[in-house]
Design a protein around this ligand. Structure first.
Ligand code: CAA
Length: 377
């Protein structure tokens, strides 16, 4: 880490320990998201780090963002994910939006006053995203949206929604991206999911019934929606990776601490080689994941859209998070399975990291396709 990064991470660490950590057990239990806490994250300048200064951002790198997300995720995967997805939405508007769209939507997203949501999945179109059915029919002055979106992170708390909808029938080329605002007539919220983890971050269905979106709220042009979504996910998969690294690190910290305190057979359980080897493997896997995430972010910052590295980073670090959090529960034994210790929450929060922003099986498809390109030219 350079000096700026060290300073940044120290202030994020202090903030998460003072203001986030004490609330997490209770808020997880009550599935409570706190907009005022997210605003405080914004006040620290963390909600638009990679966006241009012109709109209130800090013009920092993805490498910096990943370090911040890693640190936040040590206390709260939910707030880190809200931040990661909202930043992805901002980057879409920044890369594909008109000057007017950027001036209208970016400042409040960057300041943390508003949250952004990314809306691609539908009930029958999860991994096969190009099969989405929500329609956007051209009408005078805009488009009429009909259909529904599923499993939308920040559904209900976000103000700006990037919605992928079908403007014609020609597969992935018939998909366009729109900015739809909370409160637009014909746009409502459906079922709120009751999830295993990520309980603080709301996940919700979105319903569009003859919802009018003006021409000026299409992003780029008709037919570009799938490419916009895929390229955004290339960035999102790196940031999800960094969240997985933070979660894994915290789980290891808790496991080592516990093993040094807990006594069985007249000694600290840390002394047993079986546990030492588990913790050595956990530590090694976390370091590999961190290096891969940082390599993917560095490559992206250098202007190379390295799809393969992004998928590798996401897959390796989220599989590691699942394994490490499960092992952390194991090291805690019976109490690890109770809410007396935070590791059960960490394990619940890890699972969906292997599913969101493309399942890890989809990451393997992407990696294999890139390998084929490399070897076949
Ligand atoms: N960047 C830019 N363009 C891309 C691209 C990328 N990374 N990947 C594909 N494309 C382009 C292709 O070049 C192709 O364009 P042409 O037709 O002009 O050549 C077009 O998109 C179609 O590409 P594919 O043929 O590869 O598409 P496919 O239907 O085979 O799908 C897939 C590929 C990788 C399986 C893709 O569907 C996918 O990633 N699925 C997973 C979906 C996903 O990640 N969902 C996450 C939901 S959002 C979420 O979880 C966020 C949250 O809230 C936490």
């Amino acid at each position: 880490m350079n000096e700026l990064q060290l300073e940044l991470i120290n202030s994020v660490k202090k903030f998460r320990l003072d203001q986030i950590e004490p609330l997490m057990e209770k808020d997880d239990h009550n599935s409570q998201f706190r907009p005022d806490l997210f605003q405080k994250i914004g006040d620290m300048g963390l909600t638009g780090m990679t966006l241009p200064e012109q709109y209130g951002g800090a013009d920092l790198k993805y490498q910096d963002l990943c370090l911040v997300l890693e640190e936040l995720a040590k206390s709260s995967v939910s707030y880190a994910v809200t931040l990661s997805v909202s930043t992805m939405v901002q980057s879409i508007i920044n890369l594909f939006g008109t000057t007017k769209q950027k001036e209208t939507y970016l400042p409040k997203l960057i300041s943390g006053e508003e949250i952004g949501a990314f809306c691609l999945s539908e009930s029958h179109a999860g991994s096969d995203a190009a099969a989405l059915k929500t329609t956007a029919k051209k009408t005078e002055g805009g488009y009429i949206l009909n259909g529904s979106k599923m499993w939308i992170t920040s559904g209900g708390i976000a103000k700006s929604y990037i919605v992928m909808a079908r403007t014609n029938d020609s597969g992935s080329k018939g998909i366009s991206a729109f900015i739809v605002r909370d409160g637009t007539k014909g746009f409502s919220y459906g079922k709120k999911e009751d999830k295993m983890g990520w309980k603080i971050s709301p996940t919700r269905e979105l319903v569009f019934e003859n919802c009018f979106v003006a021409d000026e709220d299409i992003l780029s042009e008709e037919g570009q929606g799938f490419k916009i979504a895929m390229s955004a996910l290339d960035r999102g998969r790196i940031t999800i990776g960094s969240i997985a690294v933070g979660l894994s690190q915290r789980a290891l910290d808790e496991a080592v601490k516990y093993s040094l305190e807990r006594k069985q057979f007249n000694q600290e359980i840390f002394n047993f080689q079986g546990l030492q080897w588990m913790m050595a493997d956990m530590s090694c896997d976390i370091e590999c994941s961190r290096l891969l995430v940082q390599k993917a972010a560095k490559d992206f910052d250098a202007g190379n859209n390295n799809v393969k590295l992004a998928s590798m980073a996401k897959m390796k670090s989220t599989d590691t998070a699942m394994k490490v959090t499960t092992d952390a529960v194991q090291i805690h034994g019976g109490v690890g399975y109770t809410k007396e210790y935070p590791v059960e929450r960490f394990m619940r929060n890890a699972k969906v990291l292997q599913i969101v922003e493309g399942t890890n099986q989809v990451q393997k498809i992407v990696i294999a396709r890139e390998l084929k390109k490399e070897y076949q030219g």
